[in-house]
Design a protein around this ligand. Structure first.
Ligand code: HEC
Ligand code: HEC
Length: 315
């Protein structure tokens, strides 16, 4: 039998050579592919990017970050729209707490009629349930930026106010007209002490002057609001009820912004775990979305009386 068995795959020398080459090449290709597969860096399938630099940085980032701001760096001002969306929309978008609603001309018309300076002034000092500066601090939003937000809101409701003048570095910032006379009137020791606390954080003379103007402005409505003084009668509970009805119920009657609801025993029981002085302090100095004194210019005694009134109603 000289013939190869019938059906054998290799019949010629050329086929033999091809078979030998394939015998080497195929395992080598498989080894190369396996090496690629094992090497992590070439795999990009789902889940494997957890080892990417960005993901590792995010996981190992420190929990607390300190943002260092250069007090002398030129300040970048937010636009009125940005301030509105970040701060004022909380109440003004929905009309919460009786706030004039965004683009609602009926709400805004009587207010616009007061003129821009009055609106700007009221936005800075607060009015009724409207907290001073919408509850922000002068370090976060300057008078100018609050003014831009006022113009933005009013102009979206039919007004044609020009933006307030942009502050010039090194010069005292312009405020609403009338603030200057207020500052002059309250130039006594009272204004100075108010300015000192207000100026904490203000880094330069312009900031301190702006803070002094702010403090003076804050004193004006207080002096001009005999109503709160008059209600501070011997009958504290009457004063508390009056202030509640005037101011606090804007949020506390319906539980706006998660305020503990008037008469809601459960909501108040939670709060009453704190000592009464702590609760007074929250009402006087603010807590979360709760503005200091509810945004009113009432006396400390009246605010405490209003707290007592609310607590008694929830017992
Ligand atoms: C916590 C809710 C709340 C926030 C936040 C808020 N406002 Fe108000 N705002 C009110 C309420 C309530 C009134 C109505 C006050 C009144 O007339 O008694 C009001 C009224 C106003 C008025 C009209 C004042 C007037 O003289 O009639 C202006 C202007 C105003 N807000 C500007 C702002 C600006 C600017 C911001 C953001 C920086 C802001 N508000 C954030 C609740 C809020
Ligand atoms: C603009 C809405 C608003 C107005 C106006 C307002 N509050 Fe509040 N109040 C809140 C909110 C929101 C909370 C819950 C705050 C939190 O727990 O973060 C609160 C909480 C409180 C608390 C409980 C604090 C605690 O946790 O022990 C007291 C007391 C209080 N307010 C008193 C008053 C008084 C008094 C007035 C009127 C002079 C008033 N509030 C007006 C929104 C308001």
């Amino acid at each position: 039998m000289s013939e190869a068995p019938h059906g054998a795959p290799i019949k010629t020398p050329a086929q033999l050579i091809a078979a030998v080459i394939a015998g080497f090449a195929v395992p080598i290709v498989i080894i190369i592919l396996l090496a690629y597969y094992v090497d992590n860096s070439t795999r990009t399938g789902a889940g494997t990017d957890s080892l990417s630099n960005a993901a590792v940085d995010a996981r190992t980032a420190p929990i607390a970050k300190v943002e260092i701001r250069d007090a002398n760096a030129p300040r970048v001002y937010k636009t009125g729209e940005e301030v509105y969306k970040a701060v004022c929309a909380t109440c003004h978008a929905s009309g919460a707490a009786g706030a004039p609603k965004f683009t609602n001309t009926a709400d805004w018309a009587p207010r616009i009629a007061q003129g821009f300076d009055t609106l700007w002034h009221n936005a800075l000092t607060g009015k009724g349930a409207m907290p001073a500066r919408g509850g922000t601090s002068p370090d976060d939003y300057s008078d100018y930026e609050i003014g831009l937000a006022v113009a933005y809101m009013a102009n979206n409701a039919g007004a044609k106010f020009a933006d307030p003048p942009k502050p010039v570095p090194g010069q005292p910032a312009a405020g609403p007209a009338g603030a200057a006379s207020g500052a002059a009137a309250a130039s006594g020791a009272e204004a100075a002490s108010g300015a000192a606390s207000g100026a904490a954080g203000a880094s330069d003379a312009a900031g301190a002057q702006a803070a002094a103007a702010m403090a003076a402005m804050a004193n004006v409505p207080q002096a001009a609001a005999p109503a709160s003084g008059a209600t501070q009668s011997a009958d504290a509970s009457q004063a508390g009820k009056a202030l509640y009805q005037q101011v606090c119920q804007a949020c506390h009657a319906a539980g706006v912004l998660n305020a503990p609801k008037f008469g809601d025993k459960e909501a108040w029981a939670q709060r009453l775990k704190d000592p009464i002085d702590t609760i007074y302090n929250y009402a006087l100095h603010g807590k979360g979305a709760m503005p200091p004194k509810g945004g009113a210019n009432a006396s400390d005694a009246d605010v405490k009386a209003a707290v007592d009134y609310m607590i008694n109603a929830a017992k």
